[in-house]
Design a protein around this ligand. Structure first.
Ligand SMILES: NC(=O)c1ccc[n+]([C@@H]2O[C@H](COP(=O)([O-])OP(=O)(O)OC[C@H]3O[C@@H](n4cnc5c(N)ncnc54)[C@H](O)[C@@H]3O)[C@@H](O)[C@H]2O)c1
Ligand SMILES: [Zn+2]
Length: 341
């Protein structure tokens, strides 16, 4: 088992890669614990859950909402939760975001932890203490920065993930390699066939590596004033794709990565060869690299996004493979590029 620690402003967070859900009790306090999960995760794994009151939400991005959070606050009150209670989110990125948000706001904040059950959340969403909800499909418009006490990344839980959800996790893995690790990019390129099949020991390496990259960046800039913005690679465009098309988060990030690679190539920051290596890797992972929708529609959704800054936006561009830069780009330039290349 690998332990990765993040010292946050309000306390320490420990990511436990390779720990088993059956051992969750070791990390839970003696106070009242409440579990939040979704129906798919419950159906596959509830026999292994620790025995505590459990609220099960509908699977899907629609549950990452203030409405569901409201239902959870009522449930917690009815169940006698108080400021010393502990919330355990067991699920993918949706459940982690929802549980982290509810825990961070219920009675001005109670402690919480996660059992991360999807590849995407083990390598990314559960790590780093960003807890966001969507408003009318716009992504993570309300949220908090608040670290979970622990994150259990039990690799065995991934065996029940549908293949499509499994591959979604690779969009964030590829993102992390593009941000910080050219060697790991090559490793994924070279081992693509083995990686596409559930293989616990390979996965443990990959989750450890990816979670370490994210944890190091979060440690350097927990509140996203500078360095952490790099983790938005593929997301500025990707979140707008997600809003407009309803594609999954991983798929939308993949489309966003292609957009960023194409723009970086146009600006001479990556070579044509590097552009094609990135695109071919995404295709080999069965991830989409483009959508049929009108780019103007996606652009409009992007402009509604919270990350804009007056009439410009902090865009993350690739500088070769394994390095990125944050560049402030005029919205008119992005519009022009989106519509005409
Ligand atoms: N907070 C952050 O820093 C951060 C970072 C990246 C992504 N995110 C968020 O994470 C979400 C995407 O996460 P996701 O891809 O895990 O989505 P998800 O939580 O919706 O899970 C995807 C699907 O897999 C199912 N599932 C999860 N674990 C399973 C298992 N072990 N067996 C069978 N089915 C399982 C879920 O029920 C769901 O249907 C998005 O909302 C995204 O915005 C947040
Ligand atoms: Zn993401």
């Amino acid at each position: 088992m690998e332990k990765i620690e993040i010292q946050g402003l309000y306390g320490k967070s420990t990511v436990l890669v390779g720990e088993r859900i059956e051992n969750a009790g070791k990390y839970l306090p003696k106070t009242k614990v409440f579990i939040i999960t979704d129906e798919n995760v419950k159906a596959c794994h509830s026999v292994k859950f620790p025995q505590f009151p459990t609220y099960c939400v509908e699977p899907g991005e629609g549950s990452k909402s203030l409405e569901t959070a409201g239902e959870l606050y009522y449930w917690l009150l009815e169940m006698g939760a108080n400021r010393n209670s502990f919330i355990l989110g067991i699920g993918g990125g949706m459940v982690c975001d929802l549980a982290g948000f509810v825990a961070s706001t219920f009675m001005r904040g109670v402690d919480f932890g996660f059992v991360a059950t999807s590849l995407l959340t083990q390598v990314d969403a559960s790590v780093g203490g960003k807890n966001g909800l969507n408003i009318s499909g716009y992504k993570n418009i309300v949220g908090t920065f608040n670290q979970p006490k622990f994150v259990i990344c039990d690799i065995h839980l991934l065996s029940t993930l549908p293949q499509k959800e499994y591959l979604n996790g690779f969009a964030e893995i590829v993102k992390h390699t593009l941000i910080a690790d050219a060697e790991m990019f090559e490793f994924v390129e070279e081992n693509i066939d083995a990686l596409k099949i559930y293989n616990p020991s390979l996965l443990e390496q990959l989750v450890t590596h990816s979670a370490k990259i994210k944890a190091a960046i979060v440690q350097a800039d927990e509140l996203e004033k500078g360095e952490r913005k790099k983790l938005n690679l593929g997301h500025t465009w990707g979140h707008a794709v997600e809003k407009v098309t309803g594609l999954s988060h991983g798929e939308s990030v993949s489309v966003g990565l292609e957009f960023s690679a194409r723009l970086s190539s146009k600006k001479g920051l990556i070579t044509n060869n590097e552009y094609w290596r990135i695109v071919n890797l995404l295709i080999a992972l069965n991830l989409p690299i483009c959508v049929k929708n009108n780019p103007a529609e996606i652009y409009d959704a992007m402009v509604m996004d919270k990350k804009k800054n007056g009439d410009s936006i902090d865009f993350i561009l690739m500088r070769g493979i394994g390095d990125v830069i944050v560049e402030r780009i005029g919205l008119d330039k992005i519009k022009e590029f989106a519509e005409h290349g």
